[in-house]
Design a protein around this ligand. Structure first.
Ligand code: ATP
Ligand code: MG
Length: 579
């Protein structure tokens, strides 16, 4: 854990128009949001346009997993994203700036233009038989049609389910079948860097062959590559849009009507289909670097330094605990010591960020997501489910009260919802992450609770041990898991990738052990170190420790759900190199 504190942006870099411009301002507003959450969230909700105002702000039960916000209220998410801005005279303002695969390729849409496209596509959806409540799967790259399709679904009350464009046919098939989608929206082929032949339509065809619920497939022409086309099922986006009418009234939706389904990353098991609701409007992706940071750092500084970074204002990270060495690299080299690092902790399930520094207000500590966001009441529970008071404290990270963005159920499996989040500690939302709250009240995610190591009765978070291993200069990335050990109960098995140009040796191995002894203590010294060219990661870049655990335990016959693995060949290499 780092002791150095970095100033917030007000001194490091002037962030214009910061909503929260001092730590005191954050603390005051946060306290208000916790003392009277209903008043706080009602004020936030007043900013939206409602057809009919709600009867009750909040009604929830964390024992039975029943959560409702703004019951009785009616609104439309698409109307709130687009129409109300156009009606307020901001139709010419830019709504989307799209940057394509190369800097020479871009496009902008004003609010009015976007609204027209959305209304037209909403009519295409209707014409092809999509009705309120139907599920529509969107399997696209980051193209403007993605936003248009999402908003069009919201407009007519259809539920969209976005599947990351880099997923395989199998992953796509499983997600479509899990929520029985009626329509799939995809593109011909995809571009990424030098490649322009990523076969998305072909993947979609392979998936849909095993998806009985799909009736129509809409295809965006992105590259113009020739693809198979089934004229009785497939529709070109541009052809359908050419004939579509640009008038479509938004559907009046209840606040608790479903808006979208989003699957978790599948790091710890089968991905969970998280159901989010209509009053829940937007989420912000893409400005983040997450789990890739360490891999980028591995390649040295020159490729970063050759680009002008003077327009960067702040840097984001999400996805896995960031460790001090890469935090410092990101801060010093990428951000040139100017840009605050906004380390956001959240889950697919939470529907938004739950902990984050505010760039102009929060002094930063490398590796800490700092403090809770407004309206979020984190607590630390011990094994017995007691709240651990005071600082420092460590244990299970749970949330005490409901916030509007929290998921409502696992699609089609409410029992799994209860089992995963509410049964271990009735009355709390259990995040599944471990946490440390330091002397100053800063929160540090220590890894998944299921991954906690128990060595001779000492509990160690994976993030802590991996961070210590990463202090060795030859190390690019590390992942640790426990394995049965006769004497200690659990031994520590470390998988380590090295910086480009470094190679495995006894000296490096000894150096790594020394680094761990120095930064944590002898108790955390890895018993086994396996050097490997790569770690098994999900397509969103998260390490799948459950696979590593199985390999360390020698239980390689059934590795569980590997559908979200980015590169399945990594696993074979790991099995071969087992120690
Ligand atoms: P699954 O739930 O299917 O196993 P997943 O948990 O990886 O997959 P996501 O919802 O994408 O699915 O990831 C949320 C998890 O990512 C968190 O529970 C936490 O473990 C980790 N995480 C996210 N942001 C941060 C962060 N800033 N610092 C540390 N860990 C983070
Ligand atoms: Mg999870």
């Amino acid at each position: 854990m780092a002791n150095n504190v970095f100033p917030p942006a007000e001194t490091a870099y002037p962030i214009d128009n910061a909503h929260i411009d001092s730590l005191e301002a954050y603390q005051t507003q946060y306290a208000e949001s916790i003392q009277d959450p209903e008043a706080f969230w009602a004020t936030v909700a007043e900013r939206l346009t409602w057809y009919q105002k709600w009867d009750t702000v909040r009604d929830y039960d964390f024992v039975n997993g029943e959560i409702k916000w703004f019951e009785g209220g009616t609104l439309n998410a698409c109307y709130n994203c687009l129409d109300r801005h156009v009606e307020a005279g901001h139709g010419d303002a830019t709504a989307i700036i799209w940057e394509g695969n190369s800097p020479s390729e871009d496009k902008t849409f004003s609010y009015s233009e976007l609204l027209t496209e959305v209304k037209k596509f909403a009519n295409v959806l209707k014409a092809e038989g999509v009705e309120k409540g139907d599920r529509v799967c969107i399997y696209l790259q980051m193209v403007p049609e993605l936003a248009i399709a999402m908003l069009a679904c919201a407009r007519i009350g259809a539920v969209h389910s976005i599947v990351f464009g880099a997923f395989s046919a199998e992953s796509l098939r499983d997600r479509i079948n899990d929520s029985a989608c009626k329509m799939l929206i995809t593109q011909d082929t995809a571009m990424r860097g030098p490649r322009s032949d990523i076969p998305m339509k072909a993947n979609a065809d392979a998936a849909v062959a095993e998806c009985p619920s799909i009736e129509k497939v809409v295809v965006v022409e992105r590259t113009g590559d020739t693809v198979d086309f089934n004229t009785s099922r497939d529709i070109w986006w541009h052809e359908a849009m050419a004939d579509a009418e640009a008038a479509c009234e938004p559907e009046v939706m209840n606040a608790e009507d479903p808006l979208f389904i989003l699957y978790t990353s599948g790091s710890t098991g089968k991905p969970k289909g998280c159901f989010a609701y209509h009053r829940w409007l937007s989420r912000l992706y893409v400005l983040y670097i997450s789990t890739a940071l360490r891999a980028l750092m591995k390649e040295g500084n020159t490729w970063v330094e050759k680009y002008d970074r003077s327009t960067l204002k702040f840097l984001g990270t999400v996805g896995e605990p960031i460790k001090e060495p890469e935090w410092l690299w990101y801060y010093n080299i990428v951000g040139e010591k100017r840009c605050p690092i906004v380390d956001t902790w959240w889950q697919t399930e939470t529907g938004g960020i739950l902990m984050t520094p505010l760039p102009a207000a929060t002094p930063l500590k490398p590796g800490s997501a700092t403090f809770p966001f407004f309206g979020i009441e984190p607590v630390i529970l011990d094994e017995a489910g007691n709240e651990v008071e005071g600082n420092p404290a460590t244990g299970y990270l749970c949330i005490k009260t409901a916030w509007p963005g929290i998921m409502r159920t696992v699609y089609g499996d409410h029992e799994r919802f209860l089992d995963t989040y509410f049964r271990r500690f009735p009355g709390y939302y259990m995040t599944g992450d471990g946490v440390l709250r330091d002397e100053d009240g800063y929160y540090w995610i220590t890894g998944r609770v299921d991954d906690v190591l128990n060595v001779s009765g000492h509990r160690l978070g994976t993030a802590e041990v991996e961070g210590a291993i990463g202090q060795h200069e030859a190390v690019a990335e590390a992942a640790v898991v426990g394995y049965p050990h006769d004497i200690k109960g659990q031994g520590i098995y470390a998988y380590v990738t090295l910086m480009t140009g470094e190679s495995a040796s006894d000296t490096v191995e000894t150096g790594i052990k020394q680094a761990v002894r120095q930064h944590i203590g002898p108790i955390a010294t890895p018993d086994k170190i396996q050097f490997t060219p790569a770690l098994p990661k999900t397509r969103s870049g998260k390490i799948m420790r459950r696979i590593l655990r199985k390999i360390a335990e020698g239980d390689i016959s059934n590795l569980g759900d590997t559908s979200t693995l980015a590169d399945p060949t990594v696993v074979e290499a790991l099995v071969e190199g087992r120690r």
